[in-house]
Design a protein around this ligand. Sequence first.
Ligand SMILES: Cc1ncc(COP(=O)(O)O)c(C=O)c1O
Length: 416
Amino acid sequence: MTTYDRFLSPTGRHLHESAIRRMGTVTARAHDMVSFAAGYPDPASFPWDELRELATELLSGQDASVLQYGPTRGYEPLIESTVGVLSARHIHVPADEITITSGSQQGIDLIARVLVTPGDPVLVELPAYTGAISALSNAGARLVGVRQGADGIDLDDLEAVWTRERQAGGRVNLLYLVPNFQNPTGALLSLEKRRRLLEWADRRDVLIIEDDPYGSLHFEGAATEAETRPLRADDAEGRVLYLSTFSKTLAPGFRVGWMVAPAALVVRFETAKQSIDLMTGSFDQRMVHEAVRRGVLDRIAPQLCSLYRAKRDAMEAALHSELGAALQWVTPKGGFFLWAKLPPGHTDEELLARALDCRLVFVVGSAFYVDGTGHDRIRLAFSVASADRIQEGARRLAAAIRPVPAPAPVPAAPSA
Ligand SMILES: Cc1ncc(COP(=O)(O)O)c(C=O)c1O
């Protein structure tokens, strides 16, 4: 039998696996598992009828380009419709600053390939999205965590971390963050902090990777919507690389996201993308473009906000009814996740082991921390499970947190 370890490159040997993908495998294997693990959209939100009609039309054979290779930077009409999606988010950019990517995950990976020098520090939030941790560390970044509070990244800690790295001779080029309904905390970066963060990036000569998959999924009406204004909207100095996606609003199976970057960098990202996948799938891009052009996205946007608000409410109510005050969390105003603090005496991994025995899966808090902490937290996704399953999941979580004491051993009957 051939063994393969000796064939692996240093990169291949040290590839960072996503904890969430690993949990996904657990869910797929087990019978009757309730999953609060993966941040999947609710399939009930997919506009099935409209997508079916679009697919039939596109596959009529009238237009061969639907199934043909196309430009690496993306299908031009989709780039144009993305200009419109962005301007609704107050970001006004020309089409040549946009690259269509295979999901926003690829955008993070392209940035990592083009801008990370192995061994250099890259700043991320404590906790941070695991897919970014994987992409950046696979490119050789040394990830350094910055604390965050209920209103997002802690700017004092950011300055302290930057200074420490600088004094140790490190050159900090990049800060990755998710300002809107962060994964995993659900936190919303305050408007005041957004303004100060842009000033900081300019003063310290750092580029910000702003990852924004959840900004349009807000639950408290226009006031919250105003609070989701992207950093890129006020970025006069070209400090922000903005990423977003159609995964959470239309369907993740299309693998269509996008990146906004200064034209001088776009050409580098395009070259990097050529060697990865040549282009994002033509059919996927066409489906997404038609969905945007025909107003499907605009039509479903308010429905998504009410759908996920109801699910957040269902999860909060279920946790209260099943667990009382055992868990603590800050109510997320948008997104897919509830970030819970465990009662004293529990750690994320021992609780997950017991939860799996109760057929419940979630993601351990420590998976999101680059400094090895976070064992007192768990991430509960309310996005995909139905209200009934959310209730059942909370019941199983309560059983895992308060294990039923084992029955006292019955004394052996005296033998006759
Ligand atoms: C913060 C964050 N960024 C990026 C992604 C990747 O999304 P996409 O499907 O667009 O690749 C996710 C998916 O969960 C996410 O939570």
